[in-house]
Design a protein around this ligand. Structure first.
Ligand SMILES: *Cc1c(COP(=O)(O)O)cnc(C)c1O
Length: 225
């Protein structure tokens, strides 16, 4: 365990990276195939800057408005930053989202897919896109139903010319995440999609064992929100 008196986002970042590398080795994977998204939602530049200065470049935010207030200045100072949207996207925020982010993990319905396609055309930009799958089939949860994933992917590709990189999921709180990670990995394999966005602070090592290529880790780096 890390000594709480010396626990800073920077030491926590190194700790999480070491745990990802160990989990990758354990699974017979190359650690470099797992990308760590440092989820900085609710934290300000004073918490984020030390992590950037430690060399980290990949960050995640879950709200467009919050990201818009925080990141443009940092991006000017650090042009090689990469910013991923990991939270739900409303269609009226698509223009700002496409302008601000390098990737969207939450493509989950035709209306959003079309809005992203239109904006990408307008802005001459191509983001890395993930389809969010509601693996727990929870009624209130975002994400496409697993049985609709194949047809939604075909719609994104064939009708909208969107390039989809992979799948994303957020397992239900009270269920074993491994079941959902295994399921998402199998679905991505069937759909021949390379990227898997899964795993958070409490379960990223399990996600790596099941093939995650992007883990989204917030509180284990920045502390409790
Ligand atoms: C906040 C958030 C995370 C990070 O959660 P932690 O438990 O703090 O690591 C990951 N994914 C999504 C979609 C989130 O909203």
């Amino acid at each position: 365990m890390t000594d709480p008196t010396t626990h800073t986002p920077t030491t926590a970042l190194a700790d999480v990276q070491a745990r990802i590398a160990a989990a990758a080795h354990e699974a017979g994977r190359e650690p470099a195939t797992v990308h760590l998204i440092a989820v900085s939602k609710t934290f300000g530049p004073e918490a984020i800057l030390p992590v950037i200065e430690a060399g980290h470049r990949l960050f995640g935010e879950n709200r467009v408005q919050e990201a818009k207030a925080k990141w443009p200045d940092l991006r000017v100072r650090f042009p090689d930053l990469l910013l991923h949207l990991i939270g739900p996207l409303q269609s009226n925020k698509t223009r700002e989202a496409v302008a601000l982010f390098d990737a969207i993990h939450t493509v989950d319905r035709p209306k959003i897919a079309r809005a992203i396609a239109d904006e990408q055309k307008h802005q001459c930009k191509r983001l890395k896109l993930f389809i969010q799958v509601n693996t727990g089939e929870e009624p209130q949860k975002a994400g496409i139903a697993p049985q609709e994933a194949a047809s939604f992917l075909a719609h994104c590709r064939d009708d909208l010319s969107l390039e989809i990189a992979g799948l994303m999921c957020i397992p239900p709180q009270d269920e074993e995440p491994a079941v959902h990670f295994a399921f998402l990995a199998k679905l991505a394999d069937e759909l021949k999609l390379a990227e898997l966005s899964m795993g958070m602070s409490g379960d990223f090592e399990t996600a790596v064992a099941f093939g995650a290529t992007y883990v989204r880790v917030g509180s284990a780096i920045f502390g409790a929100r």
